[in-house]
Design a protein around this ligand. Structure first.
Ligand code: ADP
Ligand code: MG
Length: 729
């Protein structure tokens, strides 16, 4: 009998909810307690410093050295008052996740003792020994010179008694080595471009902000069960495991009652989020068993992304307090839903107008249509890059699988908006615009309702959907850094808006009036971007054929999907928006291919080990029990009767042998495929070899292991089964 499996099942079964210490204060009192926000700045900084800092933040200006020193002193005092002993520059390297190196505040006092000190120099810039972070060949290890610099637009916070200072991470030659630098560049670029266009409608607009509201999906697994699954521990997903008889068919989990242990965990997490200024708002069960979601109120994109990264470390920590492990992998269990991270995205002016929300006046609606149409055009032009921005070895299991967005980017608009777009495309500009000097603009399209009523046809199969006042980029993976998607999207839209403005300005220079010029351009881009618009079922096979006919990027191999970043149109787009140079794009792709290879390599090793050292020995043991039984039956019942009675066992023995033989054969093949791939120097070719030759062996091995799981005596099976991982909580 498999002792470990039954021990952990029992342990998991007996667990009770861990009580959560609820703060005595109300949320508005402890919200942001551990964030050096404006209120704390005001309290801890001299008035002149406070004013200078706020001015720098609001107008994206650099800080002088004196101001930085003064900010550092105040920030340190606040941190010490809140129990911090260390500080760190917190940055987002090209691995998904965050990096920190902690330093104590102490400095020599010159008298043999120490003082707790923190200077502006240490606050503003540091040189982490960065040779161990991926850089795609930009920086040679022997001159491991990269530096991190404070991003003043994102407030410092205290996590685990450490003052964390959000920073960008760049090489000394200026290339970005992280996600934050290009994100800030993309946001800057979309701000400028969108402001230029928004000023057609309101000259008072000075800035356009990009907003992000992410929805984080995740699975929880009991800690004891998790520890008995080496595949979960090492790769974050199950590499084997037969579907349980019940999974999500009854759809009884979605929005069902939250189990009590999970509820305690969620409450704990929510309190921690609020203390750190993450506006966590919504929590619920997801479609799959043991799958859940957390969503905050949307925020400015850079801050929202910092908050998501912070959440991803927080959620793991809080889960452990409740004897859970959180799985952020996109596809931890085969056969049931995977996890995504919908990126709800919008643009809004500093005058308070959401640019993707239909307005009340014809002018407002023309502005709305202008921005919607430009998003369509940008997404169409760069659909390959947008797909590349969300592709990864882990998300590859989810995309194109049955419940997830397909590996093709398209936009869902809904019936009402589609009708308006059709009309704008077909009708004559003069018919649409009916100008009279007194009444101002009159748009001859049906009134655009403020709330899109057909919210019900919110198409869940679309990777990029218009949802009333924002777009929802659904293809983003649950473990990803949202910045990747947000960089590509904001940059693509910035490029498109810049071109749009140039074209409209040219028309105006040629004597067209503003509204005619805008509408004429809108007609052109609606026509141009038609192929990206698809409201039908994205999961259907017909769509795959149709999308190929429309010329959309239909590549499904993750290493080849990355190629889109290096296409001419992508290089031009990232260059013209100042987001990436060609060198940066090349370096990043090197990192992407390398990461892909490493992830598959680890999975293949773990699977090989499990197959040969865990599964096969158990199968042989069970086979030997059956063989014994055959001998006994034949001894007890000689001749024909014995033969007949033993037949069942004999069949099973033979079938098991066949499965085992295939597993051994494929494992050998997989090892050889790995060896051959490892000899390839070129990172792209190597990743492709892993995709084409290693992954298929893994699929075959898994298939046969899952068959054995159904045959071997349940008491002997060593690894916790799907029904245990998914239904015990
Ligand atoms: P769903 O029905 O898809 O689960 P919700 O209504 O719960 O979506 O909202 C999902 C997310 O969208 C939330 O994080 C919310 O703050 C965010 N959101 C709402 N409006 C906007 C917007 N204009 N821009 C960006 N995000 C938004
Ligand atoms: Mg959503």
């Amino acid at each position: 009998m498999s002792k470990l499996r039954f021990k952990v099942v029992e342990e998991a079964f007996d667990r009770k909810a861990i009580p959560v210490e609820i703060p005595a204060e109300r949320p508005e009192q402890y919200y942001g307690k551990y964030v050096f926000n404006r209120q704390k700045m005001f309290e801890y900084l001299p008035k002149t410093t406070y004013d200078a800092l706020v001015e720098a933040i609001d107008n994206k200006k650099p800080l002088s050295r004196e101001v930085a020193d003064s900010v550092a002193a105040g920030m340190k005092q606040w941190a010490i008052d809140n129990g911090a002993r260390h500080y760190t520059h917190w940055f987002h390297p090209l691995t998904d996740g965050t990096a920190e190196k902690h330093d104590a505040f102490i400095e020599h006092d010159g008298k043999g003792g120490v003082v707790e000190q923190f200077t502006g120099k240490l606050l503003v810039q540091q040189e982490p020994d960065a040779s161990s972070f991926p850089n795609g060949g930009i920086r040679n290890t022997f001159e491991a010179r990269g530096y991190s610099a404070w991003d003043i637009s994102s407030p410092a916070f205290i996590l685990d008694k450490t003052l964390c200072i959000p920073t960008i991470f760049i090489s000394y030659t200026g290339e970005s080595l992280d996600y934050k630098t290009p994100l800030l560049r993309a946001l800057n670029s979309v701000d400028k471009a969108a402001t230029g266009v928004a000023q057609y409608f309101d000259p008072n607009v000075k800035h356009v902000n990009s907003y992000l509201g992410w929805e984080q999906e995740y699975f929880l697994v009991d800690e004891a069960l998790y520890s008995a699954r080496p595949d979960l521990v090492m790769t974050g997903r199950t590499l084997m495991g037969h579907e349980s008889a019940k999974n999500q068919q009854l759809e009884d989990h979605y929005f069902g009652a939250i189990p009590s242990r999970v509820e305690a965990f969620m409450l704990d997490l929510e309190i921690e989020c609020h203390r750190l200024g993450i506006p966590a708002k919504t929590r619920h069960n997801e479609v799959a068993p043991n799958q859940f979601e957390l969503a905050p109120i949307f925020e400015e994109t850079n801050l929202a992304n910092d908050h998501n990264l912070l959440l991803m470390s927080l959620i793991a920590e809080v889960a452990r307090r409740h004897n859970f492990r959180v799985l952020l992998h996109e596809k931890p269990f085969s056969g049931i839903n995977g996890s995504g991270k919908h990126n709800n995205w919008s643009l809004g002016t500093d005058t308070g107008v959401l640019l993707f929300a239909p307005g009340k006046t014809p002018e407002a609606n023309l502005q709305f249509i202008t921005f919607i149409a430009n998003v369509m055009a940008a997404v169409y032009r760069h659909n390959g890059v947008l797909k590349a921005s969300i592709a990864s070895a882990t998300n590859g299991h989810r995309l194109g699988a049955n419940e997830a967005p397909p590996a093709i980017i398209s936009i869902f608009m809904g019936t009402q908006l589609s009708e308006i777009l059709d009309k704008l495309e077909k009708d004559d500009v003069d018919e649409i615009i009916n100008l009279s000097a007194k009444k101002g603009l009159k748009l001859n399209v049906d009134q655009i309702p403020e709330i899109i009523i057909d919210n019900t046809d919110r198409n869940r199969t679309s990777p990029f959907a218009f949802t009333g006042n924002r777009f929802e980029f659904r293809a983003v993976g649950s473990s990803a850094n949202c910045a990747s998607a947000m960089i590509a999207l904001n940059a693509a839209v910035a490029e498109q808006l810049m071109e749009f403005k140039a074209n409209v300005d040219a028309r105006i220079a040629n004597g067209q009036d503003k509204n005619h010029a805008i509408l004429s351009e809108i007609k052109e881009i609606i026509k141009y971007s038609k192929p990206i618009h698809f409201d039908g079922n994205g999961y259907s096979d017909e769509w795959k054929e149709e999308a190929a006919r429309r010329g959309l990027d239909c590549e499904t191999s993750v290493p080849k999907i990355f190629d889109a970043y290096l296409s001419k149109s992508s290089i031009d787009m990232f260059k013209s928006t100042g987001v990436f140079t060609e060198v940066e794009l090349e370096a990043r792709n090197e990192v992407k291919w390398e990461m892909y290879t490493k992830k598959i390599q680890i999975e293949a090793r773990v699977l090989g080990d499990l197959a040969v050292n865990h599964v096969i020995p158990v199968a042989i043991r069970y086979q030997s029990v059956l063989t014994d039984n055959v001998f006994k039956l034949k001894t007890l019942f000689p001749n024909e009767k014995g033969d007949k009675l033993a037949q069942l066992d004999l069949d099973t023995i033979e079938r098991m042998s066949a499965h085992m033989a295939t597993i051994m054969e494929e494992t050998k093949k997989m090892v050889n495929a790995r060896k051959a791939a490892n000899r390839i120097e070129n990172e792209r070719e190597k990743a492709i070899a892993y995709h084409d030759t290693v992954v298929p062996c893994m699929d075959v091995i898994r298939y046969h292991i899952d068959k054995l799981e159904l045959m071997v005596d349940d008491e002997m099976w060593p690894l916790p089964k799907y029904r245990e991982l998914l239904f015990i909580r």
